[in-house]
Each structure stands twice: as C-alpha cells, then as structure tokens.
Design a binder for this molecule. Sequence first.
Ligand code: 13P
Length: 261
Amino acid sequence: MSGSTIIPWVVGNWKMNPLQANAQQLIQDLKQYFTQEQISAQSCHIGVAPVSIALLNVRAQLCDTPIKTVAQDVSRIAGLGAYTGEVSAELLKDSGIQFVLVGHSERREIFADTAEIVKQKVQHALSAGLTVIYCVGESLEQRESGQAEQVVLQQICDIATVVQAEQWQKIVIAYEPIWAIGTGKTASPEDAQTMHAKIREGLSQITDQGKNIAILYGGSVKPENAVELAACPDINGALVGGASLNAESFYQIAQAFAKTQ
Ligand code: 13P
C-alpha cells in the first residue's frame, strides 16, 4: 500500500498497431481478463488507445468492461471545418470518446508537434471536456547532459497558461523518458521516482491540485518491472506501449498498480 489517495491509471497505447484480426483477438482477450477478474474502478482506471479508425469499434466492444477508450491524438484545430485529415476534440467528444493522449514524444519528434501545437491541443481538448493524458519526457542526449529535469519541467510549464484552475482535475501526466520507449530500457524505479517527485513539485507550484494529479510512468513497462514501479509513491500508473498488445501482460501491469490501493 502506497497510502496515496490518487487512483492509479494504466493505459495501453497501441500506437500504429495492430491489424484488424489481431485487434479483434486482443479485444476478446482483454474482455476475458478484465471481466472475469475485475479490477474495481476505485483501485485503478484502465484505458486503451487504439488507432483513430478503430476508436468507435473498440469503445463499443469494451462498453461492458471497465476499460476506457482513449484517443492517441487530437487536432490542434477546434470545432468543425475544412481541415482534411483532422479529428477535433469536439468530434472525439461527439463520438463518446472522453480521453486523449497529447504530446507523446513520437508526435513531438516524428510529426513535429511543437510546444505551441501541443499547447493548442491541450487547450481544445479541455475546452471540449476531454481528460488529457499529457506526455512529457527527455531524450537521452538531454539526460546525459544533465538537462532532463529542466526539459520536463518546461514541458509542464508549457501548458500552464492554457489549463484553467478547475481543469487540472482533467489532467493526467505521463512521464516517458524517450530513451526508455520501445528500447527495453526502463528508468530505474529510483530515477523515475525522483523525476515524478520533481514533476509533482512543479505542478504544486502551478496549481493547488498538484498533490492530486496522477503521474504515470511510460517506457518499457512490463509485468516484470511493474510491481517495483508501482511501489514508488509518486508513480501513479503506467502508459504502456508494447506490453499492452498482449492482454495478459497488460492485465498483470494493471493488477500491480491496482494492488497499491
Ligand atoms: P513501450 O512500452 O513500448 O516502451 O512504449 C511506451 C510508450 O511510448 C507508451 O506511450
């Protein structure tokens, strides 16, 4: 028991995976794990983030489970209009999607989502009433040059001007050191806890909600390291990539966090 009053979150980011047939199997397996061996909503929030074309299908299929459906991204443009290829926060909300990842390092690095773009996405998502899982994290180069903390705290500050006081309760932070994503290298629980504590300190300077905001860790989370990570007082869940494509692994990770409650 960590004694924390924050309900943890375990969210599977499926990224640009899987093909239909495998997705169907994964959903069936998830339904089996999460309905037979229930994890109560009081012990852990569970979510999966499929590709955008699968959002509605996944949501419909998981509606009788505790698993929430999360969008992987949102447009920086609000509302409706002539913006080919974009999906706005309003459209997500209108389709019953209530959660969205924003600022994932793959969006920042590969798709050139700048701090300004990320800020607009957060603002529009919150205005539409969505809960935002806001991703932050430093590169290996930044860590090795001693800039990790500064980079991550700056990313937190980047959104401070667009999150209104009462909207902080709709923010979840995901700390994902870029060097740990998909590499099999996890930050040690000590290093992750140190950064999470800094993030909490930074959040507490911005909002009096700081002590209540869930801060998830992401980067090669697996059943083998989840228990140790979950034991850290400021690690309130996980954003899971690769291991979320296997229902058993994902369930085991969720269990590790649910047991801290
Ligand atoms: P991996 O768990 O595959 O390292 O991915 C982490 C991640 O980027 C989740 O958003």
